[in-house]
Design a protein around this ligand. Sequence first.
Ligand SMILES: CCCCC/C=C/C(=O)SCCNC(=O)CCNC(=O)[C@H](O)C(C)(C)COP(=O)(O)OP(=O)(O)OC[C@H]1O[C@@H](n2cnc3c(N)ncnc32)[C@H](O)[C@@H]1OP(=O)(O)O
Ligand SMILES: Cc1cc2nc3c(=O)[nH]c(=O)nc-3n(C[C@H](O)[C@H](O)[C@H](O)COP(=O)(O)OP(=O)(O)OC[C@H]3O[C@@H](n4cnc5c(N)ncnc54)[C@H](O)[C@@H]3O)c2cc1C
Length: 667
Amino acid sequence: MAEHNVCVELVRERQKCTFEVQELIHLIDGGITATEERREVENVVCTDPRIKDVVPEEYLSHKERYENAIRKNCILQEILKKYTEKRTWDNFRPSNKYRISSGVVKDISPFMLHTGMFIPTLVNQSDDEQKAKWVPKAMSMEIIGTYAQTELGHGSFIRGLETTATYDPNTEEFVLNTPNLTSYKWWPGGLAHTANHCIVVAQLYSKGQHYGVHPFFVQIRDIETHVPLPGIKVGEIGPKLGFQTANNGFLGFENFRIPRRNMLMKNAQVLKDGTYIKSKNDKLTYGTMVFVRVIILFDLAFELSRAATIAVRYSAVRHQSQLKANEPELQIIDYVTQQHKLFIGVSTSHVFRVVGLWLWNTYVKVNADIGKGNMDQLPELHALACCLKAVCSRDAAARVEEFRLACGGHGFMTSSNLPIINGIVSASITYEGEFSVLMLQTARFLMKAWNGVLARKTLTPTVSYLSKFSNSDRVQWANTTAGIISGFQAAAAGKTKEAYAAIQSYLKPGTDYEDAWNSASVQLVSASEAHCRAILCEISWSEMQRLSKTVSPNLGKVLLELAELYLTYWSLEKRGDLLMYTTISTADIAKLQARYEELLALIRPNAVGIVDGFDIRDEILNSTLGAYDGRVYERLMEEAKKSPLNAEPVNESFHKYIKPLMLKAKL
Ligand SMILES: CCCCC/C=C/C(=O)SCCNC(=O)CCNC(=O)[C@H](O)C(C)(C)COP(=O)(O)OP(=O)(O)OC[C@H]1O[C@@H](n2cnc3c(N)ncnc32)[C@H](O)[C@@H]1OP(=O)(O)O
Ligand SMILES: Cc1cc2nc3c(=O)[nH]c(=O)nc-3n(C[C@H](O)[C@H](O)[C@H](O)COP(=O)(O)OP(=O)(O)OC[C@H]3O[C@@H](n4cnc5c(N)ncnc54)[C@H](O)[C@@H]3O)c2cc1C
């Protein structure tokens, strides 16, 4: 990027940096070629004049904003398609597709569910013949789809969904119905006016028997006219806290018929005569959710890196208050409280990325085994994906909010982009499995694992540490990274044991296990969180250590500082747990605090270099506060001038309302 016009603060910060920013960029991308390919596509998309907004999207009406998002995302799809045809896009990761769409519209793409869930469900849940028929059409966008599972009355409890798919052997069709108001599909992205197809998750009935929820491939609009097909009621659900351009919709069916072969039949099948062939495992129907929960970690890492880039650059540019009399006002990044707000978010982005890659590799391996008929590791994968998705989305939302607060008043401006990123990240705590619901899924796994501990069984890899801490003794504390990881494992084991004991204590004669579970559920969620934190600490530390050995010593040192900051920050946050479950002393905590402050000081000179290492173009940052050149004040003023209210010096409401009010006051 050109250095001219860059504000003096950022020039100085970049001169201070002790490592090669390009090396960090390549590490994050996964190699030089991957960086080059990503940059090439980003350059084509972001410099396309059709992508640039004359009026910022937040000033558009709800309808115009959607139409603009569709127009620009169609251009994006055209460009991406051209690149796909030109070469094999193995290096252009799905996370890059999410990233680039942020350079097209500030909010969410109406096609997000097409790429994020419709195609993955077709790929993973159709049989070979169905795949050959549907996947190429979906990939080329000849058909556009979404994933319609949630209903007005049910989201978390999938078994409670009410939409029915009843098999009619006479015509070899399923008849779809929405029996009640609460059975309307509600929320699917792109469903309202974008998609012409969707995956519908519905209760299957055949030969008078109920077989539970199954996925169906359903066309909802005419391909030529886009008019909803007879028997389909579809529309938009209205404005939300965020996701304004996601085009979330509702959908109802009235005796709507689809061919038998439109049931996705990789796992379960309905034969022509209505005979039902059971899946090897019922939970394979939930496979797309596991996939998306895994992928979400990459999206969260990216959103955190965007917010971090904005807040760190702004903090280097912004001066406020004097630390010492007669000295210039300080760059706010030099206040240690500011570093405390910023650097944990920067480090968390790296932690999510490396843990995300580890989780992805686990997913690929388990999925390959499932393909060979071995389901043994599915429960562990499900438990991992649930707690990591839940904890990481909560943490990401907290960090983005902290970044916004770190930018003071200007962080509250939509033009900073922090409020929009905030809305996007907050949504992820709810969608794809609400926080507590997913945490309790992991708790089920932990309770089974604790049963295993008591029965002296060999546990699966990610919970095997529980056996080490099964007695009541507090674990010996050591002020080292290994000691911290062991401390988190001890806390997780202690909480798992207590939650298990709490269930037992609630299990008085006449009490059902489910009621005892509900009574103990606050402790169960706490155990899940501790387990997840132990995983985040252990995996991120080992991965960052491994990566640090693959790069130059200067960059390696920075990676380790970031990873250690994460461990130290959370040790201090969770000092209460560590005091309960380890022999940590107040003197040890004081040492941790001192090390934490030392790490803030070590990271400080490289802070701008580290966020430059995320390599996020200005068009993708979309922020008055975070641009590469740091021209914050010029940009704030330029953007303010775009307000439609500034188009005329006197607004007509003055003559209509204010003036009469003033005149009346005079009388
Ligand atoms: C690209 C990004 C797009 C983002 C846009 C957003 C899209 C969406 O939000 S789509 C809709 C997503 N919806 C959800 O995520 C709903 C959340 N609810 C569930 O996943 C489930 O209903 C449940 C897991 C909360 C409960 O399912 P249920 O069938 O009631 O299961 P039980 O609690 O009775 O548990 C039975 C048994 O099954 C195991 N299990 C549950 N889910 C899975 C799974 N996905 N994979 C593997 N195994 C699973 C569960 O652990 C239980 O095991 P046992 O303890 O051994 O009995
Ligand atoms: C922005 C956005 C996009 C979405 N996109 C899609 C989409 O494309 N397709 C789609 O199908 N869906 C989509 N959804 C729906 C989403 O998956 C659901 O909102 C989510 O699964 C939660 O379900 P719910 O809204 O019914 O909440 P509820 O299940 O009603 O939960 C409400 C509260 O009850 C608590 N609760 C519920 N069950 C339990 C339990 N068993 N134990 C303890 N507490 C419980 C929860 O913790 C929560 O606090 C989207 C949602 C949002 C916000």
